[in-house]
Write a protein that binds this ligand. Structure first.
Ligand code: GDP
Ligand code: MG
Length: 370
């Protein structure tokens, strides 16, 4: 639409209509709440609040999703794949994550190994791969709930002595729904009872047909505990990355997702962020979920202080006013004032939503007791 009433504009900017009327008055325009405003006036007022009016669409600055804009092809560069490990309980997810980390972190970096920030990167053949350390199912549930896509590739771990189990199927469904490519790691190959053929047979029934049988699913036999097959697995991840061509624009304000966050006694709010596009820098004004701040310090997965973090990089940051939630989106804004405005507006909206939820619940309770 080319025009909005004062009331509609106020709503979009999350301001009181009286405030907009006052702003208009200051600009020499006398207006009432139902008055139609033309494009110029809308742009002028929106500009006062740091809002971009794109063509005919008024961008909702409080919607962090709106900052995940597409980039021109020419600005895109290769980025590391982001990988999640899923599978049935006890099939070896944690062992595999540990095994990859230990085989690939070089001796010089070993000091940082104990650092846990919920994600880590390894390097293979000069290329980086990012592994999310969060339980795969939780990551997918959060992603689905918020419509946020954070993982590029899923490693489906299936124990060769146990075969396909309920959570294996659940994992397949999650990955398929999110349209994330699956690489099957047939684990525990060191075991006497290992039966990889059975795993392939069972997975074929669920639409994952091995290449050897004319399908297009990659199967890699591994022993997470012995470290066998890890190199092959990493190679396959790089291969999928090459085919899918994951790209991002490192030369823009960072956007991404919260991997985990907590309150630290000494450092305050500490959040692990996955940068999904752009480059995050120390000093950046940032909105994270319903909170905001300025990136005070950044630590990478090896516990080292860093000044910048590019696409697909996990970093732990401090400097936020409050603790965000895993799965929250973040966006770097032009200046601190905008970050504050957007952050406060989001906190306000969240509070309102919470209040109406509460009143709804108490109404429900009321009826329950009648
Ligand atoms: P998760 O529940 O999927 O995270 O599974 P874990 O990584 O905790 O592994 C479950 C059990 O299987 C542990 O006792 C591991 O030591 C064992 N395990 C994991 N990988 C292997 C493997 O490759 N070979 C053998 N023999 N045992 C394994
Ligand atoms: Mg585990």
């Amino acid at each position: 639409t080319e025009s909005l009433t004062v009331g509609e504009l106020a709503k979009k900017l999350h301001r009181e209509p009286s405030e907009i009327i006052k702003k208009l008055f200051m600009l020499g325009v006398m207006a009432t709440i139902n008055q139609e405003l033309d494009k110029d006036s809308i742009e002028l007022i929106a500009g006062e609040y740091g809002v971009d009016v794109e063509e005919e669409v008024l961008v909702d600055v409080t919607d962090l999703e709106a900052y995940f804009t597409e980039d021109e092809e020419t600005n895109l560069e290769e980025r590391p794949s982001v990988v999640t490990i899923m599978g049935h309980v006890d099939h070896g997810k944690t062992t595999l994550l540990d095994s990859i980390r230990h085989t690939k972190v070089t001796a010089g970096e070993a000091g940082g190994i104990t650092q846990h920030i919920g994600a880590y990167q390894v390097e293979d053949k000069g290329k980086k791969i990012t592994f999310l350390d969060t339980p795969g199912h939780a990551a997918f549930t959060t992603m689905r709930a918020r419509g946020a896509k954070i993982t590029d590739i899923t490693i489906l771990v299936v124990a060769a002595d146990d075969g396909v189990m309920p959570q294996t199927i659940e994992a397949i469904n999650h990955a398929k729904a999110a349209e994330v490519p699956i690489i099957v790691a047939v684990n525990k190959m060191d075991k006497e009872a290992a039966n990889p053929d059975r795993v392939m047979q069972e997975l074929t029934e669920h639409g994952l047909v091995p290449e050897a049988w004319g399908g297009d699913t990659i199967f890699v036999p591994i022993s997470a505990i012995k470290g066998d097959g890890i190199d092959e697995l990493l190679e396959m991840i790089l291969l999928v990355g090459e085919v899918e061509e994951y790209k991002a624009n490192p030369n823009r304000n960072a956007v991404g997702t919260v991997i985990e966050a907590q309150l630290d006694k000494g450092r305050g709010s500490v959040a692990t962020l996955l940068v999904q596009n752009g480059t995050l820098k120390v000093g950046d004004p940032i909105v994270v979920g319903n909170t905001f701040g300025r990136v005070r310090a950044m630590v990478n997965d090896l516990g080292r202080r860093v000044k910048t973090a590019g696409p697909s990089t996990p970093v732990e940051i401090t400097g936020l006013n409050d603790v965000p939630q895993a799965g929250d989106r973040f966006a770097v804004l032009e200046d601190e004032k905008s970050a504050r405005q957007v952050g406060e507006a989001r906190a306000q909206l969240a509070l309102q939503a919470q209040r109406s939820e509460k009143s709804r619940v108490s109404l429900d309770n009321l009826f329950e007791h009648m």
